[in-house]
Write a protein that binds this ligand. Structure first.
Ligand code: 5GP
Length: 199
């Protein structure tokens, strides 16, 4: 079935299950491609070039900035991170969809970029942004504690960040609350099916 190619931008505070939900989508929807960011930071552990990130030198990254190759980029802790425009255009031109996992600030830059595009640009035609919400702050705290990956001060910092991000949830076209993983996944699928004309 031919579907409308989407450019899906998704944000969520950490601990909301965003990575899990994106993994579930990618398993089921083989026409959705995950956008791999570029970075100048060094690979960590098992990270692979072209899989986790496109690892670039600072010189190359700055060259790409000058060439306007990025739809958005940011400097975080002395390293650059950015989303290339060309891979998104290519995926959409092939009739597939791209999903971009990005924080609220990055998403705002992407939104501004897309807004300025002509109305007939495939990125603008297929654009949709979704904010994933925790059921409430107590549940988010519980999930971050149960995840067991962060020290208490890191958890407090993540929760403070989450409040700031949730305060901007209204900037997004759609909000999905992850109260229960199965329910949230179903709502995401329904949304994507409706927007892409799958049903
Ligand atoms: P890490 O180095 O831990 O993989 O990521 C550090 C930060 O960079 C995270 O907060 C992550 O959200 C952000 N980041 C990763 N990719 C991109 C990107 O393409 N654009 C922007 N603006 N931030 C990114």
């Amino acid at each position: 079935m031919k579907t409308k190619p989407l450019f899906i931008v998704m944000s969520a505070p950490s601990g909301c299950g965003k990575s899990t939900l994106i993994d579930m989508l990618l398993q089921e929807y083989h026409d959705i491609v995950y956008s791999i960011s570029c970075t100048t930071r060094a690979p960590r552990g098992e990270e692979e070039d072209g899989l986790d990130y496109h690892f670039k030198t600072k010189e190359r990254f700055e060259e790409l900035i000058r060439e306007n190759a990025f739809i958005e980029y940011a400097k975080v802790h002395d390293n650059y991170y950015g989303t290339l425009k060309a891979p998104i255009e290519e995926v959409l031109a092939e009739g597939n969809s791209m999903i971009l996992d990005i924080d609220v600030q990055g998403a705002a830059k992407v939104r501004d970029y897309v807004r300025a595009l002509p109305n007939n640009d495939p990125l603008k035609i297929g654009y949709v942004d979704i904010f994933l919400l925790p059921p409430d702050m107590e549940e988010l705290r519980r999930r971050l504690v149960n995840r067991g990956t962060d020290a208490p001060d890191v958890i407090e910092r993540r929760l403070a960040n989450a409040e700031g991000e949730i305060a901007r949830a209204d900037e997004y076209m759609f909000k999905v609350t992850n109260d229960d993983l199965g329910h949230a996944y179903k709502r995401l699928c329904d949304l994507i099916d409706a927007l892409s004309g799958r049903m």
